[in-house]
Write a protein that binds this ligand. Structure first.
Ligand SMILES: *Cc1c(COP(=O)(O)O)cnc(C)c1O
Length: 228
């Protein structure tokens, strides 16, 4: 086992506890998702041995492959946090326990139609906090409309909002906008109270704003291998 991995995980968890305490929040109520994208399935197994139960992936093929390699580890929750393509909806749905990146009605519809039997998939509306419409996520003023659309799809359970903070703005300021979007979603579905925010560079600010699900990669895994 990689002791450096254990040390980094412990250090991040301590920073999560510190940030929660500073914000008057209960750290045990936060879900720390370790983003394992680009890393091999063996890293996910190592993290599981260290007690990690929530992992995040951003590409469907990688998610599908790792999950297949780790069928011996059933008590992992897999979060899909990447751009979802409609023609991959079935595979995303089969591989993910929660999809954080629903940013248009079409992908919500595709995930809904990919349901097998009566299973229900947890989904979040991804919000674009930048001025660049090319980035993933729905514009803040369209959150209400998309949330209403998702809420009507019976095989999806709308849980809340997700966002990545822009690089050119103080994260705390951007997260304030996300918080307002979270309230807009709660006005549609009262118990949709997840706020997925906070990465290696900004998770303390996300905790201060009210994030419930942190998506932390490199601070725990170390640098990502370059991708082919
Ligand atoms: C890669 C990624 C993360 C984790 O990023 P780090 O900076 O390594 O913590 C979080 N969220 C999304 C959507 C990502 O793609």
């Amino acid at each position: 086992m990689d002791t450096a991995l254990a040390d980094r995980l412990a250090a991040v968890d301590e920073r999560i506890r510190d940030a929660a305490r500073a914000a008057g929040r209960d750290a045990d109520a936060l879900t720390r998702i370790v983003v394992t994208k680009f890393h091999p399935a063996s890293l996910v197994a190592d993290l599981h041995a260290l007690g990690v139960r929530h992992v995040g992936e951003n590409r469907q093929q990688e998610l599908t492959a790792k999950r297949a390699q780790l069928t011996g580890i059933p008590d992992l929750t897999w979060h899909f946090i990447g751009q979802a393509q409609t023609n991959k909806a079935r595979a995303v749905r089969a591989g993910a326990d929660a999809v954080h990146s629903v940013d248009r009605a079409r992908i919500a519809d595709a995930l809904h139609h990919a349901a097998a039997g009566d299973d229900v998939l947890d989904v979040l509306v991804q919000v674009n906090l930048t001025d660049d419409p090319g980035r993933g996520g729905v514009a803040p003023d369209e959150v209400d409309e998309l949330a209403t659309h998702v809420a009507a799809l019976q095989s999806l359970r709308l849980r809340g909002v997700m966002a990545v903070a822009p690089l050119d703005e103080r994260p705390a300021r951007a997260f304030e906008r996300l918080r307002r979007c979270a309230d807009a979603v709660k006005a549609v579905v009262a118990d949709a109270d997840w706020i997925s925010a906070g990465m290696t560079g900004d998770f303390p600010e996300a905790i201060a704003m009210g994030a419930t699900h942190l998506r932390i990669g490199s601070a725990i895994t170390g640098p990502r291998p370059t991708r082919d």
